[in-house]
Design a protein around this ligand. Structure first.
Ligand code: ZN
Length: 258
């Protein structure tokens, strides 16, 4: 009996020690007000158990420690920062020791922008988010309107923030090609590619409820179905059970209640 008590005390002590140690390592520490913002605005977070909520908060702090969120033509609020960080954390929530090495800055624009990153033009502004390449490497641009809409209750199966961070997960193996090699066991790569192409044909033929933007290429397909997976897991599992299983393997998450 005594041994068991000592063992329990050691485990608790070690856990607290680890938490205390990590606390000193992150400069960003969420306040109670910020935690309340998460609970009010981030459905994914409010569905988590208490232990997982604390884990989510840790990951938010780590993300905000390493990535600057800057406003272009707007003042960034606490909620903006938390929404960007949540978009980043949701896809990688079950990855061990993951950090986004391929982004240092997220630029928030008021609304959609065009290919020259202009948001004031009256037409041609149809981009809600992008991951920079070339001289824009390490930068992400997000429309704040689209970001906020993605976390509103009427978002449907779309979430621009999650979409862009899934591109970064995809890009982590060197190629943004819809195949996240680091997270998909080798034997699943071929079936996954076949599955993507089959569904793209269905979308093109008008036989799928997946956003047609997914037919652009494999990378967009992966980002678009991932939005659907995280936003409407039950519906996605019912309508696309095979895609659901594959994304569940990739992200290590099984969110559907069915
Ligand atoms: Zn995209």
């Amino acid at each position: 009996m005594l041994y068991i008590l000592v063992a329990i005390a050691l485990v608790i002590g070690f856990t607290l020690y680890q938490r205390g140690r990590k606390r000193q390592l992150t400069q960003v520490i969420l306040t109670d007000t910020q935690r309340k913002l998460l609970a009010t605005h981030i459905g994914y977070y409010s569905n988590l158990s208490d232990i997982d909520k604390a884990y989510f908060e840790d990951k938010i702090e780590q993300f905000l420690d390493g990535v600057r969120v800057e406003g272009v033509g707007l003042t960034v609020t606490d909620l903006d920062r938390l929404m960007v960080a949540s978009s980043a954390v949701i896809p990688i929530f079950r990855f061990k020791d993951w950090s986004y090495r391929n982004v240092t800055n997220v630029l928030l624009y008021p609304d959609t922008f065009d290919e020259q990153y202009q948001y004031e033009a009256t037409d041609g502004r149809n981009i809600a988010g992008m991951v920079g390449t070339g001289y824009m490497n390490g930068q992400m641009i997000l429309s704040r309107n689209a970001l906020v809409k993605g976390f509103s209750s009427g978002a449907g199966k779309e979430n621009t923030g999650i979409h862009e961070f899934v591109h970064l997960v995809d890009k982590s193996d060197g190629a943004t090609d819809g195949i996240p090699e680091g997270f998909l066991p080798f034997e699943y790569v071929k079936p996954w590619v076949r599955m993507m192409h089959q569904e793209i044909h269905k979308i093109e033929a008008g036989h799928s409820d997946i956003n047609p933007y997914a037919t652009t290429n494999e990378a967009e397909f992966f980002a678009v179905v991932s939005e659907y997976f995280f936003e409407k897991p039950d519906q996605f599992q019912t309508k696309h059970p095979e895609l659901y299983d594959m994304l569940s393997k990739i992200f290590g998450q099984d969110l559907a209640k069915g």
